[in-house]
Ligand binder design. Structure first.
Ligand code: UDP
Length: 327
């Protein structure tokens, strides 16, 4: 039986990866310090004899007894508000955390895959974004702690590959959504759905002309699994190229939820990327992968998930005052 370590296992993507690898017949070792992750996302796995969990901060030395065939580094705050609230931890998990994971993978002779991000492209001047584009990142802006940590993470992973011959994979993840996103992490999709469910107006930042391209979580996980098993060590974009403006997206959520509320406009956060859409030609040719779930299907499933949350969860406000994060 193959054994995989998944860091950030109690998070949105980490928990879906745990499900997938258990389904595929792996022994899964989950690790999370639970700063942004939630045990609720993996509590259904604790009964499985094939699942183990370490409550541990990967920025500190990692010890995992026994063999490991794969290491997947998914631990990191991932919403703009999270990494503004905990900037140092964000930098540490993308630097010290990956260094520990690389050392562990080297010791175990395991293949390592890192979760990188479209944020490595910053506020892109090339559209859509191809893997060969080097990006436009402000290192000292509020997003710098995340963007530069992820860029460092790619660099050190490549260095372990070329210098130590470690088998490595790099997935650049574009905006992804689905069940188990935190309702109040400040990201646009849970923000809009949460507002609709609470009977509040939907807050569009800026004039709403900025674009994003949203990928349903099952599609992303499929892409990651295919990349892991490929023999390609360069970065690969995984995301859905179906691009939409944030204003149009707000209208879709209003329609989906049937809310009577309206859209209100707030200032645009500093360095908020104006356009984002993945060029997925490489993933298509290399992995035979492309997204299958349309936004209308994916949003329906995600809305049903958010509707099933308790009143307490719905009203738990983690980020009451967004304006303090806006210059
Ligand atoms: N956004 C918004 N209203 C919100 C939250 C976010 O208009 O309540 C915008 C945000 O400014 C950005 C886009 O939605 O342009 C996506 O933001 P998110 O935080 O989800 O992630 P990002 O893609 O910026 O990392």
């Amino acid at each position: 039986m193959k054994r995989v370590l998944i860091t950030g296992a109690a998070g949105f993507l980490g928990s879906h990866l745990c499900d997938r690898f258990l389904k595929d017949g792996y022994q899964v070792v989950g690790m999370d310090n639970l700063i942004t992750g939630d045990l609720k996302n993996i509590e259904h796995l604790f009964a499985s004899e094939h699942f183990e969990f370490y409550h541990h901060d990967v920025s500190k030395f990692i010890h995992v007894p026994g063999k490991l065939d794969f290491v997947l580094h998914f631990a990191s705050p991932a919403s703009p508000i999270d990494y503004l609230k905990i900037p140092i931890q964000t930098l540490k998990v993308g630097s010290l955390g990956i260094h520990n994971c690389l050392g562990l993978a080297k010791d175990k002779k395991a293949r390592l895959l890192i979760a990188s991000t479209s944020e490595v492209y910053g506020d892109p001047t090339v559209h859509p974004q191809t893997e060969s584009y080097w990006g436009n990142v402000n290192p000292v802006g509020p997003r710098g702690v995340y963007d530069e940590a992820k860029r460092f993470q790619e660099a050190i992973t490549m260095a372990y590959h070329t210098f130590h011959g470690l088998e490595t994979r790099i997935v650049r993840i574009f905006n992804t959504y689905g069940p188990r996103m935190r309702l109040n992490d400040g990201r646009v999709l849970p923000a809009f759905i949460g507002q609709a469910l609470r009977g509040e107006d939907l807050t569009v930042f800026g004039d709403g002309s900025q674009t994003r391209s949203f990928c349903y979580v099952d599609d992303l996980i499929e892409g990651i699994v295919r990349l892991l098993h490929s023999d390609y060590s360069g970065p690969v974009n995984i995301g859905n190229p179906d691009e939409i403006t944030i204003s149009e997206f707000a209208e879709e959520i209003i329609k989906l939820t049937g809310t009577q509320q309206k859209v209100i406009y707030k200032p645009l956060p500093t360095d908020d990327p104006k356009q984002r859409r993945p060029d997925i030609s490489l993933a298509k040719s290399l992995l035979g992968w492309e997204p299958k779930v349309s936004r209308s299907e994916g949003l329906k499933i995600t809305y049903d998930y958010f509707k099933s949350l308790t009143e307490d969860e719905l009203n738990k406000v983690e980020h009451k005052d967004f304006t303090r994060f806006i210059k």
